[in-house]
Design a protein around this ligand. Structure first.
Ligand code: LCS
Length: 395
């Protein structure tokens, strides 16, 4: 992948997807075509043999999709990127690419619920073994590794418990055993954390979240450190058929241009809100890496360029108070997902993580009273006023 040479991160966001386009359009157009004309039979054969440049069929490749992939690879300092129809398509493409019957995966216990459920309920049917552990304790990773371990899969911070894993330390152990390190970087985005620079092999994103940023499409991405990894992943994506649609790629290209601005504003708002929540009489505890009370505050400042905009908190009144809070918010939307311009509140135990057993949920720190707040870019005074009026009813 050609680097967008000489330009810095925020410029790549804006211009990284520019392509040579015959009419000189200032933005990358939507090439809404499923198939492409060959010049002649020899050209068709050469395209299929990989000996001539050119597109063949959109599941395999498309100009709009390729433009997005180029930007994303540059942002994560990856060699290449493959985009997918959803974040879960990205997760499953990686599982399918590297796990064979009898292989073992070690993963963070509090990963996004479906990323875990799909291993426990589906991939296990094909002989995949798994260990879900608290990867924030590096010793646990060492203890969980078996001779057949192929993937170490990490989410940091975790969704929704905001627990951090020391990526450099985790990579060091995994690579001693030739284990592939995969990091779901959805929560941080490359604005705040670049796992490949810390030694990881593959990065996954649900671009439904911050990268697109406007809560209007579902999309995923996989960035690879090497050409070899990318080749395996791309072949799996193509055969699985979980490709992105060109219009979806266009939407992400438009959304990603403001990624830095959005992430920084969301984070600024989140820091103020987390500090207010911590002092609120209705709140028992707050988990946010930007608070000095976060047990891994120091690691966060070293590994991340900022604590992000996801906050989880427990109310003193437990689940009942949580329900009152969710029924009382007016500006903040009661909805799952995160990373859009709008502030969202959700209840992981009954929503995003409801398919997990209560035992697995509690082991991962997802208590029944935990509330998750994804902070948006609205005026901070309005978000605070909304939370105050709703929290007042929970005392
Ligand atoms: N990885 C993480 C960290 C996620 O938060 C999600 C979705 C996914 C992967 C899957 O991506 P999708 O297929 O939805 O694009 N997280 C959600 C959440 O927290 N609430 O609703 C969806």
């Amino acid at each position: 992948m050609q680097k967008y040479s000489g330009f810095r991160f925020d410029s790549v966001l804006v211009h990284g997807s520019d392509i040579d386009e015959p009419f000189g359009a200032a933005v990358t157009p939507i090439y809404q075509a499923s198939t492409y004309k060959f010049k002649n039979a020899a050209h068709g054969a050469a395209c299929f043999a990989g000996e001539a440049p050119g597109f063949i069929y959109t599941r395999i490749g498309n100009p709009t999709i390729q433009a997005l992939e180029k930007t994303l690879a540059n942002l994560e300092n990856a060699t290449k990127c493959v985009v997918t129809s959803s974040g879960m398509a990205a997760v499953n493409t990686v599982y399918m690419s590297f796990l064979n019957p009898g292989d073992h995966i070690v993963s963070t216990d509090a990963v996004y619920g479906p990323s875990r459920v799909v291993i426990e309920k589906y991939w296990s049917r094909y002989g995949i073994e798994y260990s879900y552990i608290d990867t924030s304790n590096i010793e646990n990773i060492n203890n969980a590794i078996r001779p057949n371990t192929k993937i170490l899969y990490i989410e940091t911070p975790t969704n929704p418990t905001m627990v951090l894993t020391d990526l450099k330390a985790a990579v060091e152990i995994a690579h001693q055993h030739n284990i592939l390190v995969v990091v779901d970087n959805t929560f941080c985005t490359p604005v705040l954390q670049r796992p490949l620079d810390l030694g990881a092999d593959v990065v996954i994103h649900s671009m439904t979240k911050f990268i697109n940023g406007h809560a209007d499409i579902v999309a995923g991405a996989i960035m690879s450190k090497t050409e070899e990894l990318d080749k395996i992943i791309r072949a799996t994506m193509v055969i699985m058929g979980c490709c992105m649609d060109p219009t979806q790629a266009y939407m992400v290209i438009r959304g990603v241009k403001t990624l830095s601005l959005r992430v920084k504003k969301q984070q600024e708002n989140a820091q103020i809100i987390a500090e207010r929540l911590e002092k609120h009489p209705a709140v028992a505890s707050v988990a946010y890496p930007g608070l000095k009370s976060h047990p891994q505050y120091e690691l966060g400042t070293k590994q991340m360029d900022g604590p992000g905009s996801l906050i989880s908190f427990e109310l003193k009144g437990g689940f009942k108070a949580g329900k009152t809070l969710m029924n009382s918010i007016r500006l903040v939307l009661l909805a799952v997902s995160l990373g859009g311009v709008e502030s969202l509140m959700s209840h992981p135990a009954s929503m995003t993580h409801s398919k997990m057993s209560q035992e697995s949920r509690l082991a991962g720190g997802i208590t029944d009273g935990l509330v998750r707040l994804a902070v948006g870019i609205e005026d901070i005074n309005d978000i605070i006023a909304d939370l105050e009026q709703a929290l007042h009813k929970c005392i």
